[in-house]
Design a protein around this ligand. Structure first.
Ligand code: HEC
Ligand code: HEC
Length: 285
């Protein structure tokens, strides 16, 4: 009898200890579960990203290496960098401030992907707005994009080059251009995606063909040199909007992106890219 009571008591105490231990572990288990779910989302998102987004935003999200989805050929990137401190770092990232977004970063990216950007090459993706992807697929891609936010990315300081008013002032700091490098950059930055290739006047799809820009540029704005006009067109495309684009009047559909000052000015040395591209276009010696 005595023994039974002792065994009973021990069994009871053991049960309580085990239950108590399980209760303490519960939040940890929930966390593991959430992490596992996020992990699966990121994996699925990576696959979807590779198939749908890499053609324009690049395989690593840096808008540097893009391939035609159908042929696998290397093409110019039309999209902006996404694996990018200006988009991903800080509660309100630089891109969110630039576009006056007041909600969270997740909501910013989710909304951009779902509805696209009207008037740009960024398509609508959500089925509810006529795109090809389900809501859960969009969430997966968004998790994948957010996962690029790392300490390393965000420890690179945000830098904004103080662009001078004139190309002549810029040339004081960056006196020589490299046309060969400029040709590569013309593709990397996606210029060729909209303006086509300089050697084929029928290859431009969205913006005016630039094979004859060296002659045309000086005639666009009275009293302004061709080099100054092109400099301003790249940095402040809305200052002068060209009339005729390949698909009709410019400004009706896709327009020239306005964030090249940020992309070509995110380090002390990056403005060299602009000088190289202008050299390639024949506007600088
Ligand atoms: C046909 C080319 C194209 C494809 C495909 C594409 N994008 Fe874009 N995307 C763009 C362009 C161009 C922009 C810049 C729009 C602008 O000027 O504001 C952009 C902008 C974005 C932005 C906002 C970036 C910022 O800094 O404001 C996000 C986020 C984005 N895209 C995500 C995606 C995702 C995710 C996919 C795949 C589901 C995708 N894009 C597919 C062309 C594309
Ligand atoms: C998303 C498409 C797109 C991309 C990418 C793009 N542009 Fe444009 N660009 C346009 C359109 C559309 C216009 C005409 C409307 C305007 O003048 O703003 C234009 C106009 C210009 C002009 C004025 C042309 C003229 O005939 O007067 C220059 C110069 C220019 N772009 C250079 C560039 C360079 C250099 C790049 C790459 C660094 C680039 N663009 C990337 C669409 C684009």
């Amino acid at each position: 009898m005595q023994v039974k009571i002792i065994i009973g008591t021990i069994a009871f105490m053991l049960t309580m200890i085990i239950l108590g231990f399980a209760a303490i572990r519960e939040p940890g288990r929930l966390e593991d579960f959430t992490l596992a779910r996020e992990g699966r989302q990121i994996e699925t998102g990576a696959r979807l990203y590779h198939n749908q987004c890499a053609t324009c935003h690049g395989v690593n999200g840096k808008a540097e290496e893009c391939y035609d989805a159908a042929t696998g050929e290397s093409i110019g990137c039309q999209g902006l960098p996404l694996n990018y401190n200006q988009l991903l770092c800080g509660d309100t990232s630089a891109r969110m401030s630039a576009l006056n977004w007041e909600g969270s970063k997740l909501a910013f990216i989710q909304a951009t992907v779902s509805s696209g950007r009207y008037g740009t090459a960024m398509p609508t993706w959500a089925q509810e707005y006529g795109g090809p992807l389900r809501t859960d697929e969009i969430s997966d891609i968004v998790q994948f994009v957010l996962n690029w936010e790392t300490e390393e990315l965000c420890s690179q300081p945000l830098f904004e080059y103080p662009w001078p008013e004139t190309i002549d002032e810029l040339l004081v700091t960056f006196p020589t251009g490299d046309a060969v490098r400029g040709e590569e950059l013309y593709t990397t930055y996606g210029c060729s995606g909209c303006h086509g290739n300089l050697d084929d006047s029928t290859s431009a799809t969205v913006g005016p063909w630039q094979g004859n820009l060296a002659e045309e540029a000086g005639t666009r704005v009275e009293g302004m040199s061709g080099a100054q006009y092109v400099y301003e067109s790249i940095l402040h495309p809305n200052n002068y909007v060209v009339e005729q684009c390949p698909n009709g009047p410019c400004g009706d559909s896709s327009s020239m992106p306005t964030n090249f000052p940020a992309r070509m000015g995110d380090s002390e040395t990056k403005p060299q890219d602009l000088v190289d591209i202008m050299t390639y276009l024949g506007l600088l010696p």
